[in-house]
Write a protein that binds this ligand. Structure first.
Ligand code: 76R
Length: 247
């Protein structure tokens, strides 16, 4: 049998997508809406403590287009904590006025195609990637993907050496976007419908298109990439939450 890539696994990840039920939200009095907003801000503050203590991270973005209105991305050391946070939100007043519109469960993953020396879990650079503080970039892009297993194009039948060399070329393209796009690859085999989640952060939204397009011409993506739905969004900072929910 073929050699599986070894993975380094970091924090567990939940991407939670919600659509606001604006017509129901509108029926509340402005005091009730204020209370719901404050409760939500309180939850964000509470979740933020874990981030300050290096026990996780989270990001909130409004989503452009009809697939959802906002996305909360949460990273935590355990699957239980993801579940707790999701439930805390579900029990909040605001949640009563949102409709779940998708979620993605995965774990931050690095593969050993590029491998370095020593115990990677002790390497500060590796640690900062496995346990990342999510950036407050202006934009986010998320999509799930698979590596193809079809006829002659079966990623999982390729020898390790060939996959390694293909991944090297993939990494070289990615590196040209250093400083412009931050990517977090999360593995979801056994957890969700696709094999990976790709989450990209950038201040210039156009860099998502440029990066993803350029990668389409690279063999790993051209021959082996299969993609789910794409989501793109704008940072929902604390002060923008008020205007976002104002009606
Ligand atoms: O971890 C590393 O930086 C080493 C090189 C590297 C690996 C192993 C790397 C670099 N990636 C790796 C693994 Mn990637 N990546 C994607 C997508 O849209 C598409 O066509 C694909 C979606 C993007 C945009 C992207 C960006 N990468 C992976 C894997 C796991 C593969 C496996 O294990 O079989 C997937 C699914 C995947 C997909 N990648 C980079 C980037 C960027 C920007 C880099 C450069 C990172 C840097 O050097 O800073």
């Amino acid at each position: 049998t073929n050699e599986a890539a070894q993975t380094l696994d970091g924090w567990y990840s939940l991407h939670d997508f919600r659509t606001v039920d604006w017509s129901a939200w509108r029926t509340l009095s402005s005091d009730e809406r204020q209370a719901a907003v404050h409760e939500f801000l309180g939850l964000l503050e509470k979740w933020g403590i874990a981030e300050q203590e290096d026990r996780g991270s989270q990001a909130l973005y409004s989503i452009v287009g009809q697939k959802a209105d906002f996305m909360l991305m949460i990273l935590r050391p355990t699957m239980e904590e993801l579940n707790e946070i999701e439930m805390e939100f579900n029990k909040s007043l605001l949640a009563e006025y949102t409709i779940p519109s998708g979620s993605y469960v995965s774990v931050v993953e690095l593969s050993n195609y590029m491998g370095g020396d020593g115990d990677p879990y002790e390497n500060p650079h590796v640690r900062s990637r496995l346990y990342p503080k999510l950036p407050e970039s202006k934009h986010v892009c998320f999509y799930p993907m698979d590596k193809r297993r079809q006829g002659n194009d079966n990623w999982y039948m390729l020898p390790m050496e060939e996959r390694r060399s293909l991944m090297r070329s993939h990494g070289m393209i990615g590196r040209q976007y250093a400083g412009k796009v931050k990517q977090i690859i999360t593995g979801s085999v056994g957890f969700d419908d696709y094999e990976w989640g790709v989450t990209l952060f950038a201040d210039d939204v156009l860099q998502f298109k440029k990066l993803v397009y350029e990668m389409r011409f690279d063999e790993v993506s051209a021959r082996y990439g299969e993609f789910g739905s794409f989501f793109v969004g704008n940072l929902l900072s604390r002060d923008r939450i008020h205007s976002f929910l104002y009606i």
